[in-house]
Design a protein around this ligand. Sequence first.
Ligand code: B12
Length: 435
Amino acid sequence: MGRRFVFIRPKSIHQWEALGVGYLASYSYKYGGYSREDYAFFDGRFDSDDIIVEGCREAQVIGFSLTSFSVDAALELLGKIKVVNDMAKIVWGGYAVNGFSEEKLLEKWGGKVDYFLQGPGEESWMEVISGKAKKRVIRKQIMANLDAIPFPDRELIKIDRHFEKLKNMGEIRKTSMELQRSVCPFDCIFCAGSSFAKPNKRTRTAQNIVDEMIELRDRWGMDENSMVLTCDAEVFLTPDMYEMAELKIKNEVRFKYGMNVVASMILRPEERRTLEKMQESGLTEVWMGVEAGPSLMKETGKPITPEKVKEAFRITKEMGLIRKGYFILGFTPNETEDTIKERISFIEEIDPDEVGFTIYIPVPGSRDYKDEIHSAINYAASDEYQNTFTSTNTLSNADLHYWQDYLVKYFRDKAAWRQNPDKNKSLQKPGRSGY
Ligand code: B12
């Protein structure tokens, strides 16, 4: 029998599990009296268009979970869905819609989409499915009590298909989890984070986080050989994180985990103590966006300096954590061959265990995005590793790809899975690998 609410995560080049819609569903069970029986979920990574369209035949509301990279796939699917069901309300949520004004959203896609829900979607999704939505574009902020949000329904989003995929690739069991749901207070030019919601100081409590970790252990088999990739844009080393680590140990939740951190936000003594406690509780990896070479670092708007980055990599090496450094080429028109090459000696000095070289692509929701110029970008055909758009004052798009290739080859022993020519070997390595 057809389900009345359908969630779709259209295909994009790299795909993790659709945790966001897992949250929307469980929130609606707890506060709206709905149940899993009301929902169907499809993921373009695993389900064909025909299956998805068939699953939408009797739907009343169809919610798409989107980044800018999956908008074209959504539009294509939408065309096919309308043929079999032109009555269903179409709802878009996720970062594809967060960065635009109401007028812009309606102008761009208002002819095809009924509702655009910006920011955290739990409350606004309920308004739509219960027929209470008063506007077509609704923006919510982060809820004051984050512990009131139930854990995402991982059953609905068929997380076992991701486990199966990983197993076939020879990887250890991995899944993702949102640790804090804090909104980063920084406004780096390349990041869409601030389009999600206003920064909030309060995060989930330690107990609430560890309760979800216990569920991951008991329901999803995450044991000491498993790895949880926290999907917060950045994790901040607050006192709650110290307590979370203590509780994780106390409750014998043994899986490993890794997280993004801002290099300058782990340097104070109390942050170092928290990091150590987290390591004791299973933290094995930290991922730090370095982005630029030393001379252009200030242009990213990120609160890091070459000295702080060096210190962060030194400290974490001393602690024995696996450290991954990300670098973005061409994020400013001032990037030249010299500023690219500057990264080489800098990387040799900070000595990350893994290194990734991406090519900048401006995204909606980020400070650098200008719709007049950037709406021409073909996001569907781009990802962080390749695009045909970006160039700088002195470097063409082909030059940027040339230098990316050069750096990957130069640091081939440190290349992470996606950029490592020897995929089998690198799968055994840490980091955000084949997931
Ligand atoms: C995990 C992750 C990845 C993974 C997997 C991505 C994937 N496609 O599955 C990897 C590492 C592969 C990746 C790659 C890239 N990513 Co990425 N990634 C993330 C990250 C860190 C977490 C996503 C997540 O799981 N969030 C947790 C869940 C719970 O939140 P959520 O999905 O946003 O859901 C909430 C709301 O958005 C909303 N919502 C979501 N879906 C729906 C649906 C409906 C119907 C409704 C009503 C509401 C709703 O409600 C949910 C609950 O409140 C985000 C940043 C972030 N913290 O969100 C960036 C982010 C999504 N990535 C981004 C970008 C730009 C990229 C890259 C280009 C790399 C780069 N240069 O930064 C590539 C492109 C990959 C591609 N082709 O898709 C941007 C997207 C900007 C945009 N305009 O689309 C983000 C926001 C980072 C940023 N701060 O700029 N990424």
